[in-house]
Design a protein around this ligand. Sequence first.
Ligand code: PLP
Length: 402
Amino acid sequence: MAEKLSFYDYIRHELDDIQSSGLFKKERVITSAQRARISVQTPSGSKEVLNFCANNYLGLSAHPDVIKAAQDALATHGFGLSSVRFICGTQDLHKTLESRLSQFLGTQDTILYPAAFDANGGLFEPLLGEMDAIVSDQLNHASIIDGIRLCKAKRYRYLHNDMADARRCCEEARRDGARFILVFTDGVFSMDGTIAQLDKLRIICDEYNALLGIDECHATGFLGKTGRGTHEFKGVFGKIDIITGTLGKAMGGASGGFTSGRSEVIQLLRQRSRPYLFSNTLAPNIVGATIKVLDMIENSTELRDRLMNNTRFFREAIQAEGFEIKTGEHPIIPIMIYDAVKTQALATRLLDLDIYAIGFFFPVVPKNQARIRVQMSAAHSQTDLEKAVSAFGHAGRELGII
Ligand SMILES: *Cc1c(COP(=O)(O)O)cnc(C)c1O
């Protein structure tokens, strides 16, 4: 009993540490569907705010056509399958979605997972062994880092987005006698909206006979002329060996992930990838709705065009208001405040003004790099954006930031 108590003491101590370092995460409770305008709970009830922190890039999270497709699939294919894919959890819908994703991404085959976290978690270990090398960007997503940890391949890390250092890693891996080399990077890095230099990475990979893999969670559905992703944006469509991504962001935002690539790779993942073998199949309504999402974005670029127009407008307007941003083209827009305390005060004041945006500070981002990160959506109207910019200006002047 005494031992047990000391365990709970230890847990409470850890929680206190998190609290005192200012890193305790709280969940804000939303009482509406996920949209540009959401209702959030407040101590006195609830209020409506303009939402600038969802990954709802295309505004599909509560789109009537997507909801209708989910309801249709629920009616025809049921609520759940109570099975993993290979026992009795594969419906015609799952096969259709896999082939539609392959077509969309320019690959041969695709395997669905319960989440992109699982796609990355189950990617490396089945494909590579101790004779092999994985070269990865130092700022890659946690799920990639965890996936690589589960694999016996030798690891090489390059400085964030540094092509000379990526080349150095490939050089070292070759010199160390690697059998296969896989270079893996986020297509888009979510803290800065930085878009990976896939054109340059492809050249480096070809030079060292390395494979190139990307995580497209912040790209699939909207980046590139027809929204196919970073490979389209960077002119290397059809030249990426492995693509992982999520259905939980632009593609409707429910949940689900995938890995896409050469058919033999996907076949081996179906045999050996543990999150696929030992975790439940994706619910039919998510699958049906995602097929509808693909119909919508393949038939028209209207949503991604609107998203990109919103992005251009906001990037210009917020700078004209006197704020500094990280330059770029992605709908993730970091508004640099640098000072953590001011960043927090600004986020709080913005919420008073009905603008919901999140501040990030150390250790989520480097020291003295505190920022408010806003994310554009196709669902934001011009008026929404103007209202946000003016609230930023108002609060920024009040707090002496601009
Ligand atoms: C969101 C995200 C994931 C996880 O996606 P889920 O489908 O929610 O598990 C993985 N990688 C990157 C880069 C992400 O941004």
